[in-house]
Design a protein around this ligand. Structure first.
Ligand code: SF4
Length: 400
């Protein structure tokens, strides 16, 4: 019914590191070639845990966008914008909050987890409890049908789906809906009307979701179908009301466990990161200081790569021949640890070289980044306004 659309956001938490690149940005770069994509800076989300220290958020946001561009996100392909510059997110969040049962929010698995992890902060706030709702508003306002997430985020998507269903159930009802829907079916023309009815019956009897997808595709092909009729026909497939908000789908992304300098997952909180645009001297210094297999005290002590964090980085950056050289050389003490680290240093620097190159024009002239974001904010806002118009109409809040 609505255009296919990928939506993904990131909190501005400071310079991005290679863990972000391998875990998220590489995927964004691939997705922008496959679907229309919207990528946003989730600056309001940063406030849910950083409400007492908002000063660095704007600078971190600009810096993060430069990191995205450096990684290869292309503003000609994807729309890049800042959440707080599209205030409709806040309006939808507020309206959804009126109909969201408190228990749904308390049940979100990450709520208690995060509260325990960040116990040094007072997170017993309304904003923190409501952050999954803001996240849902971010998704639903763009009627995004594809949201790239890891396995652990799937409950958040399910939460957004439940909210969309509840919203459509509460506000998609209209007097004489069934009659209006049947009238709308007639407007499809006899052949399409027959196919639509068959698919609807098939879904209602068998619960087969592909029938729904085929029916949506059929509706997409109908020229000149009025917006209200389209909403009715989509809603009529599954229930008895209009479909105003679209249930999003999770686009499952493979978990990436980019190792940090100490062998744990790369994370700012572990202090084991290499940033995307870190200078060559610093990268070299950090890798050369990495711990190795403790058994290799002297140069002629054999080691075991499986006990060494450097080996984990070889698995990311080295080809098979180099990996075989490490395995053989480490176990036989044929190579020293500094020799072994050099291909990793070379691999990281080679990965970073095009990123530094892409970032440079934006560092030289920050207005270029501001223009990209201004354009993205404008595009995103147009889409958000369309949804809010329908939401206000459905809730009877249209004063014009
Ligand atoms: S040779 Fe390489 S894999 Fe073996 S302990 Fe040294 S750094 Fe680690």
């Amino acid at each position: 019914m609505y255009a296919e659309r990928v939506l993904s956001g990131m909190r501005p938490t400071g310079s991005l590191h290679l863990g972000h690149y391998h875990g998220v940005l590489k995927n964004w770069v691939a997705l922008q070639h496959q679907h229309p994509c919207l990528f946003f800076v989730a600056d309001w989300h940063a406030l849910t845990t950083q409400y007492d220290d908002p000063q660095g958020i704007v600078a971190a946001s600009w810096d993060m966008v430069i990191d995205w561009l450096a990684a290869g996100v292309d503003p000609h392909r994807a729309t890049l914008f800042i959440q707080s510059q599209v205030p409709e997110h806040a309006e939808l969040h507020l309206l959804l909050s009126m109909m969201t049962p408190l228990g749904w929010l308390e049940r979100v698995p990450t709520y208690k987890d995060q509260q325990e992890k960040l116990e040094s902060k007072d997170l017993s706030t309304y904003g923190f409890l409501g952050y999954p709702l803001l996240q849902s508003a971010d998704i639903l306002i763009y009627r995004a049908d594809k949201v790239p997430v890891g396995e652990d985020q799937v409950p958040h998507i399910e939460f957004s789906r439940e909210l969309a269903r509840r919203f459509n159930h509460l506000y998609g009802r209209e007097a004489g809906f069934e009659d209006k829907a049947r009238e709308a079916v007639k407007k499809l023309g006899s052949k399409r009307a027959r196919s639509y009815t068959q698919l609807r019956t098939y879904f209602q009897q068998n619960g087969d979701k592909t029938a729904i997808e085929r029916a949506h595709a059929l509706l997409d092909e109908v020229p000149g179908l009025e917006h209200a009729d389209r909403e009715r026909l989509c809603g009529y497939l599954e229930g008895t009301g209009k479909m105003i908000l679209v249930e999003p789908g999770a686009l499952l992304t493979a978990a990436s466990r980019m190792p940090g300098l100490d062998g744990q997952k790369m994370s700012k909180s572990y202090g084991n990161t290499i940033t995307l645009r870190e200078d060559a001297a610093s990268v070299t210094h950090k890798v050369r200081r990495m711990p190795t297999d403790p058994a290799r005290v002297r140069r002629d002590d054999p080691g075991d790569p499986d006990k060494c964090p450097v080996w984990q980085l070889h698995q990311v950056y080295s080809d098979e021949a180099c990996q075989a050289w490490v395995q053989q050389g480490c176990r036989s003490a044929g190579i020293g640890c500094l020799d072994c680290k050099q291909p990793v240093i070379d691999g990281i620097l080679a990965e970073q070289a095009p990123m530094r190159e892409r970032a440079q024009p934006y560092l030289d002239d920050p207005r270029l980044v501001q223009e990209i974001i201004a354009e993205g904010n404008h595009k995103a806002r147009q889409l958000a306004r369309e949804t809010m118009r329908d939401v206000r109409d459905a809730m009877g809040l249209n004063y014009s």
